[in-house]
Write a protein that binds this ligand. Sequence first.
Ligand code: ATP
Length: 262
Amino acid sequence: MTQAASVVSAKDLCLTYQADDAPVQALTNVNLDVRKGDFVSFIGPSGCGKTTFLRVIADLEKKTSGEITVNGMTPEEARKARAYGYVFQAPALYPWRTIEKNIALPLEIMGYSSVDQKKRIAGALDLVNLSGFEKKFPWQLSGGMQQRASIARALAFDADLLLMDEPFGALDEIVRDHLNEELLKLWARTNKTICFVTHSIPEAVYLSTKIVVMSPRPGRVTDIIDSTLPRERPLDIRETPEFLEIAHRVRDGLRAGHSYEH
Ligand SMILES: Nc1ncnc2c1ncn2[C@@H]1O[C@H](COP(=O)(O)OP(=O)(O)OP(=O)(O)O)[C@@H](O)[C@H]1O
């Protein structure tokens, strides 16, 4: 079997923010290869550079040195080619726009025709099980539904790559479990490549084909774990020895990152 194409490739990637008082080294020599169809989670304590890494992929920040390609292009070229959808930590929906108008916004900006917009909005809402909620305003939906609407917005232009920055962090555990299951189904159905930031070890292990463990100051990758779990994952897989073993390795990686600081 030939290896899947590289979607994100980072080689010795470094990023230093030029803050007013002192420079902040947010990413140091990050080496990572994300392949088509991978579900990659980034886990690490606050401030280790997870968001920064997603923002470099999305061309929202510029690298200081090293290499980064997205679908074989520079991040700028990839952005212009609409290579990815981005889901933020909070749903970030405009309260004065209905759900369909929120999803339409990036499509309007990109100049899709209104017929095309309608088709894409209907398809994206169907993927996140929100058909029928087009005319509702964000405040009429629960937190979980709002987050699904913002996932629909990221799906609407049908990019192969989905960047998700801790999308379920603010939700309670039951809703989060449900959305984790739904996200895996969506991933299986669409064969997208997903880069997902989380603070939760069980969430990272449950969702991912690859787990990138990071440590802070300066943001480094301490471990990259290829999951041995099958792609089909009922929630109770979280009680299997295989799952717990991977979770254990993630925890060890996080601890190793911490002791580095002393
Ligand atoms: N625009 C900026 N200017 C200066 N420093 C910044 C800027 N953005 C982020 N940083 C710093 O860079 C480091 C990495 O930040 P980043 O947001 O990538 O971390 P994170 O791992 O995503 O954290 P969290 O889990 O809290 O979201 C932090 O120390 C942060 O304070």
